[in-house]
Ligand binder design. Structure first.
Ligand code: URA
Length: 216
C-alpha cells in the first residue's frame, strides 16, 4: 500500500486538524463536521493528482481551450455514520461521483469483550473497472475498512482504490497495509501512536461519530 501522510508537509490542514482534536473547539459540532468536510476537500484535491486524466477541448465564447479532465468513473463509499462529513467533503470536489454507503460498527459498543465488525446496511453501484474511494475518518484497528472492502467485493473489481482517512493509529495503518495490494493508496492526515484498551486512537480526537452527530 502507498501511504500519503499529508501531515508530513505543514499546511492549512494542520489548522483544521488542531481544531478537530481540541476538546474546546470540538464542542461546536457544526464546526467539527465542517472541519472534517474541509479535510475531505483537501484529500480530494491531493488524491486527484494521481487520477487518470483525458484530453478535452473546451469551447469558450472566444475560442478553444485545451485541457485534461479526470475520468468521471469515481465511486465514493463511506462508512456510516462518522464517514458522512468526510464523504461530503470528497463529494464537493468529485461532484459527478456515484455514491455507496455502508454501516459498519464495532460490536464492542454493545459487548465490551468483542471487537467484531458488524455490517448491517450496504447500498453500492457496480464497482467494475471504476475508481473506488473508500472513506473512514478514524483508522483505529483498521478492521472496519477491511470488513467494508470485503463486503463490497460482490459489486465488482475496481481498477483503482484510494482509502481516505483523517487519523489512523500505527497499528490500524499496518493492518490495512497488510490487507490491501501494493498499488492501493492511503491518504491520511495524521498517524498517531497507539490504541487504548477500548480501541480508541491515542491521542486521536475521541469518538468522531458522537462529536459530529450528538451523544456528547
Ligand atoms: N473511532 C473513533 O471515532 N475514534 C477512535 O479513536 C477510534 C475509532
Amino acid at each position: 500500500m502507498q501511504i500519503h501522510n499529508l501531515s508530513k508537509t505543514p499546511s492549512i490542514l494542520n489548522t483544521f486538524m488542531s481544531e478537530l482534536r481540541d476538546e474546546t473547539t470540538q464542542k461546536d459540532s457544526m464546526r467539527f463536521r465542517r472541519n472534517i468536510e474541509r479535510i475531505g476537500e483537501i484529500m480530494g484535491y491531493e488524491l486527484s493528482k494521481s487520477l487518470q486524466f483525458e484530453p478535452h477541448n473546451i469551447e469558450t465564447p472566444l475560442g478553444t481551450s485545451t485541457t485534461v479532465l479526470h475520468k468521471k468513473d469515481i465511486v465514493l463509499c463511506s462508512i456510516l455514520r462518522a464517514g458522512v462529513p468526510l464523504h461530503n467533503g470528497l463529494l464537493n470536489y468529485f461532484d459527478a461521483a456515484e455514491n455507496a454507503f455502508i454501516s459498519a460498527y464495532r460490536q464492542h459498543k454493545h459487548n465490551p469483550d468483542s471487537f467484531e465488525i458488524i455490517v448491517e446496511y450496504l447500498a453500492c453501484p457496480s464497482l467494475e473497472g471504476k475508481t473506488l474511494i473508500l472513506a473512514d475518518p478514524m483508522l483505529a484497528t483498521g478492521q472496519s475498512m477491511v470488513a467494508t472492502f470485503e463486503a463490497l467485493k460482490p459489486f465488482g473489481t475496481p481498477k483503482e482504490i484510494h482509502l481516505v482517512s483523517v487519523i489512523g493509529a500505527e497499528e490500524g495503518v499496518n493492518y490495512v497495509s497488510n490487507a490491501f495490494n501494493k498499488d492501493v493508496h492511503l491518504w491520511i492526515a495524521a498517524i498517531d501512536d497507539k490504541l487504548n484498551e477500548k480501541g480508541y486512537i491515542i491521542p486521536g480526537l475521541g469518538d468522531a461519530g458522537d462529536l459530529a452527530f450528538g451523544n456528547k
